[in-house]
Design a protein around this ligand. Structure first.
Ligand code: GPU
Length: 829
């Protein structure tokens, strides 16, 4: 489809777009052509980055024809499209995923080999696009993978940050942040479409005007920027589909400097362009703790306004009647970050398309659905009315009107209960006037979902209780999932091969088939092979760590893994207390050394740069690690490893090698967790609290194959209500006292007692996340782990059962649940 208006006559121009031949020769030819004509080098003068880029372009070339096809087909079929709106996509490396999806892995490997190149060398060159912080961003990446694999017409919309999540380094055990210049070496997986740019406006005023006898409002903005889309292809697995991830980059408009910064100073005005371009410059590195910064609101509005306009103008047919919009689109709000899209769609419908308010509101309510990802009060995003009104004056007016009408509805339903009105209002008054984005999303959305059963229940019972009373049917659950392509098939090739041998190949798109492994858990030969895979994954991880300058793993160690963002509620501190206690127990002779299994504690975690306590915890982990790893008295027994800059790429090496998965958040705090799923799926046993999706993991894998500990959520509530005094636990529990005293004594800070004092006194006198209350239960569970690991046969059996029973946690299943319960979209035929 080469633009028919051009009336081409050349036969090539009339022919359909075809991919290069799917053969070693076809691949080699395209690769060399890209190397020569895109990279401008010959094979002999090329370096490894040239080769990597040419390889990536080649894979892209294969996907391109399918991507054109899918666009054309979606346009023709006019199916309902899922528009996933997310400020974060934590994609991880693209090369292997795309080779796998397009069945090109073997062809590419051989074609490159025949060019004298080892494809493994090129794999290492790719810098992963880290356009997200953690679970929420990675979830979005899993979802777009599953949507493509299930042939659902879907577009992922987001921001093309120039700098993704910072690179973490350690200096003297403390985190330092370095900018993530991921675009520096080229960006072969996305391509710009400047012709489809959108102009996005900000600030200014609103005014009313007479529109042929009708009074209307319009926004007179003060400045604007261009949103330039970059498409990334999202190939489905072995189904020939390619969906789109459309990420927006901010570019100054030509008029930008002239309009607003017309100082007559040419150099100043060019410099002022960077103001506009700052919008997509950097990802905010706070996970679950929004900062309320103006630039962040600019980012949110920027990408959401561009996405909505893009969908209406470029995906819908020209003459589309917007009354029918809900039949063609569902905008899924990935947490509150894109919620400003609600008043934006209202503004487009009412101010621009001139629909009546009520009609526009009816449409808007059907077009949005909201996923909440948290229970922490500090994670619920609010925007100050001052700031929002300054940056988006028309949107604030619209929000006020939405709120007025909503509160009328509340009064009609519940009477003039002023307390209730204050509690439910989209506008909060204390400590200062602000817009509660979660409430706006709840009022506007057709559905509101939590991300695990417990989480959805707590949303209904606590955080959004009044709304759930008002609209019980609005609330639903969709338990998270993870893509088995990346996190099993690619990350764990040996286990994948073993599974395929046992069950056939279909499991990659039908993960419940893993159930077939249950029977094999009792097969000694299969257990042996499963154990051999785990051992080989540990050796592979060891090589990866060595290449990063870390100490290698010891063969016989239990690999105990805690990989997730550093956050007090996730309780890395509780993990440290266990390590310190075990260390102290061995050194003082309190513990029977033979009962303690040799263990390596492996951490991966970044802390938000401004989160002081989290950074102190990192420092403590590293300090404890250094002392423990160097102490001859525990040599061969205990080791602590904390490789810097944990990211998706490193996760792909750690997860397949893990024996034990630490999921130890305080019950009621972790919305779901998704690392817990990835680890169970790769045969790690979980030690965990009854929190988030742990609850469902435990139910599925069975109590015998899961180490449960700690208070339940109702017990947590009861202890709080009772008045929680952590120091009492310290007084009562000798093991706890010894561990804390050792940290306080300066044993891990060269005798300096001040270094970790804030951390220790926080634990003793505040301990918001009740690490001390769960400590003894946790240690007991760890003793059960040691005993279980001593029985290798039993352990491997449990590990196999974990794999066999984790099929439910495929993001394909999560997509089916979204489709059934919320989206009601169907696959393209
Ligand atoms: N999550 Br809110 C984030 O990663 N970032 C956030 O800003 C917020 C939530 C996580 C939850 O903490 C985690 O429990 C969940 O599994 C994940 O989102 C995906 O739903």
């Amino acid at each position: 489809d080469n633009t028919p208006e051009l009336r081409p006559t050349h036969p090539l121009a009339l022919a359909p777009v075809v991919a290069p031949a799917a053969s070693v020769d076809g691949f080699a030819k395209q690769f060399l052509q890209n190397l020569n004509f895109d990279q401008g080098v010959t094979l002999s003068t090329s370096d490894v980055n040239d080769q990597y880029l040419a390889l990536a372009y080649t894979v892209r070339d294969y996907l391109m024809a399918r991507w054109f096809d899918d666009r054309a087909q979606q346009k023709a079929q006019q199916n309902k499209t899922v528009c996933y709106l997310s400020a974060e996509y934590l994609l991880g490396r693209q090369l292997d995923n795309n080779l796998l999806a397009a069945r090109l892995t073997d062809i590419a490997t051989e074609a490159l080999a025949q060019c004298g190149i080892d494809i493994d060398d090129l794999r290492q060159v790719e810098i992963e696009p880290g356009l997200g912080n953690g679970g929420l961003g990675r979830l979005a990446a899993c979802f777009v993978d599953s949507l493509a694999t299930m042939s659902i017409p879907a577009i992922g919309y987001g921001i093309r940050y120039e700098y993704g999540i910072f690179r973490q380094a350690f200096a003297d055990g403390q985190q330092i942040e370095q900018p993530d210049a991921w675009l520096r070496m080229g960006s072969p997986w996305d391509f710009a479409h400047p012709e489809a740019a959108q102009t996005i406006s900000f600030a200014g005023t609103t005014e009313t005007y007479d529109d042929e006898g009708v009074e209307r409002t319009r926004w007179v903005p003060e400045w604007n920027v261009l949103a330039v889309p970059y498409n990334m292809m999202v190939p489905g697995y072995h189904n020939g589909r390619v969906n789109t991830l459309r990420l927006w980059r901010a570019v100054a408009t030509n008029a930008f400097d002239l309009h607003t910064f017309n100082s007559g100073d040419y150099v100043e005005s060019v410099r002022a362009q960077t103001f506009a371009e700052n919008i997509s410059k950097v990802l905010y590195p706070e996970d679950s703790t929004p900062q309320g910064k103006e630039l962040r609101l600019q980012q949110q509005y920027f990408f959401v306004a561009a996405s909505i306009a893009d969908f209406i103008e470029n995906v819908l047919p020209e003459d589309f009647d917007l009354e029918n919009l809900p039949e063609r689109v569902i905008f899924q709000l990935n947490d509150t970050h894109p919620v400003i899209g609600v008043p934006e769609l209202m503004r487009v419908l009412v101010d621009e398309k001139k629909l009546e308010w009520d009609a526009a509101w009816a449409i808007t309510q059907k077009c949005f659905a909201y996923t909440c990802h948290t229970l922490l009060p500090e994670a619920l995003e609010v925007w100050s009315v001052d700031l929002l009104g300054r940056l988006l004056p028309r949107h604030l007016e619209i929000i006020y009107r939405i709120n007025d009408e909503f509160l009328l509805e509340v009064r009609e339903r519940f009477g003039d209960d002023e307390m209730l009105i204050r509690n439910m209002s989209i506008i909060g008054e204390h400590p200062s006037r602000s817009v509660r984005m979660a409430y706006l999303a709840t009022v506007a959305g057709s559905k509101v979902n939590g991300v695990a059963e417990l989480h959805s229940q707590l949303l209904r019972d606590n955080v959004l209780k009044d709304f759930a009373t008002m609209w019980p049917d609005k609330f639903t659950n969709v338990t998270n999932g993870v893509t088995p392509r990346r996190f099993l098939r690619l990350a764990n090739p040996d286990l994948s091969a073993l599974i395929t041998e046992a069950l056939g190949a279909g499991w990659t798109v039908d993960l419940e088939r893993l159930r077939g492994l249950e029977a094999l858990a009792d097969d000694a030969d299969f257990r042996e092979r499963f154990a051999a895979v785990k051992a080989s994954n540990k050796r592979r991880l060891s090589r990866v760590l060595e290449a990063r300058g870390e100490t290698p793993l010891s063969d016989d160690h239990l690999i105990d893994v805690m990989i997730k963002r550093l956050h007090e509620y996730k309780r890395q501190t509780l993990k440290v207390l266990h390590i310190v206690s075990t260390y102290e127990g061995i050194v003082t002779g309190r513990l029977d050394v033979d009962a303690v299994q040799p263990r390596t504690f492996l951490f991966g975690a970044k802390a938000a740069p401004g989160y002081g306590m989290a950074k102190r915890i990192i420092h403590l982990i590293n300090a404890v690690g250094e002392v423990v790893s160097a102490d001859e008295r525990v040599q061969g027994k205990l080791k602590v490893l904390y490789p810097a800059n944990y990211n998706v790429t490193l996760a792909e090496s750690i997860i397949p090698a893990a024996d034990l998965s630490e999921q130890i958040s305080l019950a009621g705090k972790e919305a779901s967790g998704t690392g817990n799923m990835k680890l169970a799926l790769n045969g790690a046993l979980t030690i965990g609290t009854d929190d988030g999706a742990n609850v469902e993991i435990r139910k599925l894998v069975g109590d015998d194959n899961f180490f449960l500990f700690g208070m339940s959520e109702p017990e947590v509530e009861a202890l709080w209500a009772d008045g929680y005094r952590p120091a009492e636990f310290y007084q009562r529990d000798e093991r706890l006292r010894s561990a804390i005293d050792l940290i306080a004594s300066g044993a891990f800070s060269d005798g300096d007692r001040t270094v970790f004092e804030p951390l220790v006194s926080n634990l003793l006198y505040e301990d918001r996340f009740m690490a001390l209350a769960d400590f003894s239960s946790y240690l007991d569970a760890q003793e059960r782990v040691d005993a279980a690991y001593a029985d290798q046969d039993g352990w491997v059996r449990s590990a196999i059962l974990n794999v066999a029973r984790s099929g439910y946690f495929s993001s394909d299943r999560a997509m089916r649940d979204y489709l059934d319960r919320i989206w009601h979209a169907t696959p393209v035929s």
